[in-house]
Design a protein around this ligand. Sequence first.
Ligand SMILES: [Zn+2]
Length: 306
Amino acid sequence: MKKSILTYLTVILILGLTPILQAQEPWIDTSIHGGLIEVKTDYSFSTLVSSDSLNNIRKTLKNLNDAKLYFDKIFETDLDFAVLFIENSKWREHSYFPPPGLPQAGRGNVILGLNKSVVSQEAEKMITQLPTEYWSLLKPVYGENIDLDLFYREILAIHELAHLYHFKEGTQPQRKWLQELFATMSMYSFIKEKSNSSFDIMDTYPEFVLQSGDRMATYKTLLDFEEKYVQKMTPQNYEWYQMQLYSNAKQIIDSCKNDILIKLREFLVNTDLTKNEKLSDTELTVRLKKEVGKEIADIMTNWKSQ
Ligand SMILES: [Zn+2]
């Protein structure tokens, strides 16, 4: 009897404490903000920079705020977050992982480069080695010197912001490709609907990469993507996956209404692995069809390389 009362009390105590423990963990991780300079803006989110001598952040901030307003409305929320602009040389101290300058998001932070990202530098180098007829296609969109940060920073910043809308409620999705698809669909939808002057900047480079085939990809299955993700494959291979997902996202958004974004976000959150068992591919297909849409489930069956 005594033991059962004790168990009962323990359960009450643990259940009672859980919300307090969760409340102590703030949404925005400020442990990477040390030494950064706060920039005054007209926007509700805070902006921090590692150097205020580089003043190329205004347009990016305006885009992020426009995207925030768009996503807040769709997902019926008012998301708080911080935007960090970090020089490549200080990337390690103020980000979660390399490569320097490539947008990333986590724990309430969107982290962007202040210098040209290492990925843009590499990609620009590779592109200029191709025959002129290929890279001349990029010039009208990315400028005479082909500035790929227009894509890698300005466009991918929106993809990263979209991640925060599901990370807030859960960070362990059933599949990584589903969370990447969600972020890219959200980005595509925002740019198509609210920032159409950036459409070619978003679309031209991915189409260029998609048309160049899959020579750069050793791994091509969705299972490989889950197992290796960013850390265990080359950046080019990771990009190959992202571009395939872009192509799917584009088709889905072009043929569906925005409620697919709402349903996919809810699915990511409701099936998060912190609260759920991992679904088998068959179970996942069935549930995606029922709860989100056939288009998403079809990606699993139609994936280019099984
Ligand atoms: Zn992503």
